[in-house]
Design a protein around this ligand. Structure first.
Ligand code: 2AL
Length: 242
């Protein structure tokens, strides 16, 4: 099965690191193609960044029309462009936040989210509300770690571990959801040190994508997830029209 893995930011280093995390858990028959948008922010840490990232996700799903992936994963915790991607393909499309919330709700009655910049907490809280997980999530915690520092700063593991311990105690929760795709490489070590389920949305989205595609389930093309209407696009988006 052909899996399109989209890192919605334009950090190629982070695309490679998310790709490694996806390949590590993918089934032997899953071919992972990891891409990022040709434009937009190097990291997604605010609403402005996210606006461009959503367009970048739409761009990459549009470009994949040529080869037709069997499933798509949007690997940023804000799930930018998720609905647009679902319109643009009939393959199942999984966002890592939505996938992680579902997985965590199978594993504990309550979970805590530990994320990057505190200002992004509201973005996660809105997704929890939109997807109906407010009653499962007991808290969203910022660490004020910039997304790109996850790639380079050796102190991040200890800081995320400390924030997770505090979240588990404060929220009385049973599992931690990692609130950034860039945290995927830390998941195994955090699981060992914290002794609770630590949920990485990248791995969850890959496995759910394989499961749905394996069952032959496709995105609904009836109603609002029908293909985008053909029309003229202008300016830099000229070639991205449906
Ligand atoms: C993210 C993420 O997953 N990728 C990115 O650039 N920003 N999430 C976050 N909460 O900062």
């Amino acid at each position: 099965m052909k899996l399109l893995l989209i890192n919605p930011n334009t950090s190629v280093e982070m695309t490679r690191s998310i790709e490694r995390a996806a390949r590590a858990c993918a089934a032997p028959g899953t071919q992972v193609t990891a891409v990022n948008p040709s434009f937009g922010p190097r990291s997604i840490e605010c609403h402005y960044d996210e606006a461009f990232a959503a367009a970048g996700v739409a761009e990459q799903v549009r470009l994949a029309r040529d080869w037709g992936p069997d499933a798509v994963v949007v690997a940023c915790f804000g799930d930018p462009g998720l609905d647009a991607a679902r319109e643009a393909t009939d393959a199942p499309v999984l966002g890592i936040a939505e996938a992680a919330f579902h997985a965590a709700s199978f594993l504990a009655t309550g979970f805590s989210v530990v994320t990057t910049m505190t200002r992004t907490c509201v973005m996660a809280e809105r997704l929890l509300q939109r997807y109906g997980f407010e009653r499962h999530c007991r808290g969203v915690h910022g660490t004020d770690i910039p997304v790109l520092d996850l790639e380079t700063d050796p102190t991040v593991l200890a800081r995320i571990e400390a924030a997770s311990r505090q979240a588990l105690a404060q929220d009385r929760s049973g599992a931690i959801v990692l609130g950034c795709a860039g945290m995927a490489p830390l998941c195994e070590r955090l699981t060992q040190s914290l002794g609770v389920p630590v949920v990485d949305g990248v791995a969850c989205a890959v496995k759910f994508a394989e499961g749905l595609a394996g069952l032959g389930l496709r995105t609904a093309k009836r109603g609002d997830y029908a293909a985008p209407l053909p029309k003229e696009y202008t300016g830099w988006a000229r070639d991205l029209r449906w």
